[in-house]
Write a protein that binds this ligand. Structure first.
Ligand code: ZN
Length: 126
């Protein structure tokens, strides 16, 4: 359900961007996903394909940019958080490895459209 909501937002954004550029077709879209979002790229891609039917984003290739989760702690520790194992366990562990305190996420919660590719207008309109 979560993936479907995210996918719909991405497709809406891609279609609006294409419209802004007078493009009636989208060849590919690039989506940035942070590891801490626990969003599954395969599911997003599937949802996008379904939602994009009948829109300019139909048949677009979906690419992903993964952003690792990073955090920092009041004790001075800062680093990458291993969220893959946490995803499997279903309980995100945001504990500092140095002092065991709570870690503030500084990266990894990104989830958005970074780029769309459209047919080159110079090719279609010489
Ligand atoms: Zn700490």
């Amino acid at each position: 359900m979560h993936e479907l909501t995210v996918a719909r937002r991405l497709v809406d954004r891609a279609v609006a961007t294409a419209r802004d550029h007078d493009a009636d077709r989208i060849d590919a879209l690039t989506v940035r996903i942070g590891a801490a979002t626990h969003v599954v790229p395969d599911q997003i891609a599937f949802c996008i394909e379904t939602i994009a039917e009948g829109t300019p984003a139909e048949d677009a290739t979906v690419r992903f940019e993964r952003v690792p989760a990073r955090g920092e702690c009041a004790c001075g520790w800062a680093g990458e958080l291993d969220t893959l194992a946490d995803t499997v366990a279903g309980a995100p562990d945001r504990r500092c490895p140095e002092c065991g305190g709570g870690v503030t996420l500084t990266a990894g919660t990104e989830c958005g459209l970074t780029r769309i590719e459209t047919p080159d207008p110079r090719d279609t309109h010489p």
